[in-house]
Ligand binder design. Structure first.
Ligand SMILES: *[C@@H]1O[C@H](CO)[C@@H](O)[C@H](O)[C@H]1NC(C)=O
Ligand SMILES: [Cu+2]
Length: 181
């Protein structure tokens, strides 16, 4: 049936559109409050542990929330991070609610510039990975407002396959019932 064949590309396009929508949903930007929910930007939080529960993608943001009388935020190089030195910093913030955009893939380093704080562990290394990259084995973290990308992707993929199959079936039925539309 010629009409059915003509509709196959339409079904394929519908399925493709659903896949595109799912990819965009999976890539939706997230904002993470550093240290939350158990801590913030403070002297107690284990940031190496905290980042393990997250996967950061380009477009995400991190927010440093703290009292500006007690702390600040300094973005530094890897060397500055290792040495706890803000001397050659990349940028510095001290509003108490500093939002930093993670625009590109790469590693970002932040520390508190107040004397002794970085040495006490108030430093964080943030690895920003390409969208679609799966998180590491430790990444199944608790209490993130955003669902883990791998989980949402798996759920989304299953839903898309079902939706695409349903769309294709509906299109075929439409041809049988109304051959001349
Ligand atoms: C950042 O570096 C500049 C020099 O480039 C320096 O003047 C400034 O004090 C540094 N900021 C902090 C918070 O250390
Ligand atoms: Cu501090």
């Amino acid at each position: 049936m010629v009409t059915t064949r003509a509709l196959v590309p339409v079904a394929a396009m519908a399925a493709a559109a659903l896949v595109v929508a799912a990819v965009m949903e999976a890539a939706a930007a997230a904002t993470y409050t550093v240290g939350a929910p158990d801590g913030l930007w403070d002297m107690q939080t284990d940031y190496a542990q905290w980042v393990k529960t997250k996967t950061f993608h380009p477009g995400d943001k991190i927010t440093f929330t703290y009292s500006p009388e007690l702390h600040d935020v300094v973005e530094v190089t890897e060397a500055g991070y290792g040495a706890c030195s803000s001397a050659n910093n990349i940028s510095a913030f001290r509003t108490g609610n500093d939002v930093v955009a993670l625009a590109a893939v790469g590693t970002r380093y932040f520390l508190c510039g107040l004397t002794g704080h970085c040495d006490s562990g108030m430093k964080i290394r943030v690895d920003v990975v390409a969208a679609g990259s799966s998180p590491g084995p430790d990444a199944a973290g608790p209490a993130s407002s955003a669902a883990p990308p791998s989980a949402s992707w798996a759920a989304g993929s299953a839903g898309i396959a079902a939706a695409a199959a349903a769309a294709a079936l509906l299109l075929q039925r439409a041809v049988v019932v109304r051959p001349f539309w």
